[in-house]
Design a protein around this ligand. Sequence first.
Ligand code: ADP
Ligand code: MG
Length: 313
Amino acid sequence: MTATAVRPEWGAVPDQVRAYIESRLGAAVAEAQTCGGGFTPGLAARLLLADGNRVFVKGIPDEHPMASVYREEARITAALPESAPGPRVFWTETSGQEAGWSLLCLEDLPDGNPDLSPGSSDVRAVVDTLLLLRESLTPSPIPEAPQMADVHGSYLCGWAELAESVPADLDPWARRNLEHLAGIEKGWLDAARGSTLTHGDLRPDNMVMSGGKAVVIDWSYLSQAADWCDAASLVPHLILAGHDPASAEQVLAPLLGLVPDPDVVTAFAAAFGGFWERSSRNPAPPNVPHLRGYQARAAEAARRWIAHRTGWV
Ligand SMILES: Nc1ncnc2c1ncn2[C@@H]1O[C@H](COP(=O)(O)OP(=O)(O)O)[C@@H](O)[C@H]1O
Ligand SMILES: [Mg+2]
């Protein structure tokens, strides 16, 4: 996976934080490999310890604006049932009292982000993982998780916002169909209500292969939803990896077949496509230089998906 995040190297982490991590690990760090995937600017490193063990550690200073996201990830990941295809949690530090950093120590998963390109054996493994997520996370192990429709519904209206002030560089297909897109982008919200704990940010860089299985990592956003939502959100990522929209849908047919009404999937595609289209035009957040380019590519994949489903020209 190409580097996307700008992260501190292990050696750049303050001495007292490294000492705290090593005290929790019970061994000194012999080698550290910074992980490039993802977009947050925190520490994410695979560590080889002096005792021969390996772990993965993620962390960020408590005063950083994203620290609450890291703390939420620690809470959700620790609550995943053993049957779910998530990483084993060794320990977390979220009190903010010891190290002054929020930390998450996970089992080290050795085989890198899955390759979602057509013909890759990882694709089958990812579909198996999605089926297992659905089974193991329904009903949600965190019953008080808010509904995805309530958490995201209010801001997934990118096409309506773009229609109010149409950017000069808007893709011609999107420009021609802007009113239609704005008209459907909220049509998924009622059908998305459900009791499956959802990841909400499923992408190849939020999965890691281990022993032929795809493990889902980076559980940063607490929500529950209908059991097809995470699968539907992966369609644009299959397209980005080289599938055409029909083959991406075919790959995910065992899960997309659960959606009661095809228009709901089209509306879901429009909601995320509009979000990416709109967000890609925002200024980059501090220390996150690659996010907007990724959103522009994701928006293009979503446009292709919507065009395939609607036949709009
Ligand atoms: N348990 C793990 N074992 C090995 N590598 C991991 C593990 N967790 C994450 N990674 C690697 O680190 C990258 C960033 O991790 P992630 O939790 O997604 O960070 P971010 O919150 O910045 O997106 C992942 O894309 C993956 O390559
Ligand atoms: Mg990530």
